[in-house]
Ligand binder design. Sequence first.
Ligand SMILES: Nc1ncnc2c1ncn2[C@@H]1O[C@H](COP(=O)(O)OP(=O)(O)OP(=O)(O)O)[C@@H](O)[C@H]1O
Ligand SMILES: [Mg+2]
Length: 268
Amino acid sequence: MGDVEDLGGRRRKAVTKESDRAAGRTARRGAPPEPAEDGEQELLRSREQLQKLSRRLIGAQETERQRIARELHDDIGQTLSAVKMNLQSIRRSAGASALASKIQESIEAVDQAIRRVRDLSVALRPSLLDDLGLVPALRWYLDRQAQKGGFRCRFATDDAIEASSDVQTACFRIAQEALNNVVRHSGAHEVKVDLHQTDDVLVLTVTDDGRGFDVQIAVDRVGLDASLGLLGMRERARLLGGRVTVESTLRKGTTVRARIPMAGAADG
Ligand SMILES: Nc1ncnc2c1ncn2[C@@H]1O[C@H](COP(=O)(O)OP(=O)(O)OP(=O)(O)O)[C@@H](O)[C@H]1O
Ligand SMILES: [Mg+2]
């Protein structure tokens, strides 16, 4: 039997029923107001404030990542490329002298630094996401993770996905975490990613055929150790009015499904 966990916390509205109001009136006339109601309203208010803060933090983090990714790529990456070209021309004039092998070593070190800078920049924020959008960015990321994790992959999507940039970013980050988990924990041979638009909702599904895990235990552990991935996926979706479900069966595999309203959350 599969282990299904709804990671989507739904917001509760501050609804005051007529009967509650009547009770409040009675309470005001006689005893002081019911502390339970005040406490609940206070709780709702602070939960809403926390959500706003969370949304701002995630937004600020994306902007910062974008800035650092560009600087790494454009600034440091290009400086390193210029150094490499200079070294190559010095090596040519060094001929077969003793210096030539030292210069060659330096060229290789610079090459390594260029690759590292490119990887870091891409990990922070793939420019594909900004330049070409969610579908090409996801396809590219899936291929990259498949190579890294040594699994086969399949990507199915609609031709045109018309989501706001916030929704695209959230969807990409959720897929990124799900695929990181596949690489790190699943030992899967095959991974399927589906991205579809149904009515006003964007649905992303990442399915692996790996070892699976007990979702309830993993969710209960959140906050007790360093595992933040499942929580982060949930927060990303929830802040846009969506939700994430994780279904996993031991020795069969795991499915992560995110449903995000295309319009994203209105308030903020
Ligand atoms: N696709 C998967 N296959 C098997 N186990 C998984 C999978 N996804 C998650 N898990 C299990 O659930 C746990 C919690 O995942 P979560 O992403 O929250 O944390 P993490 O990956 O360990 O750390 P991080 O905070 O860096 O993401 C993992 O440690 C792993 O045991
Ligand atoms: Mg993780």
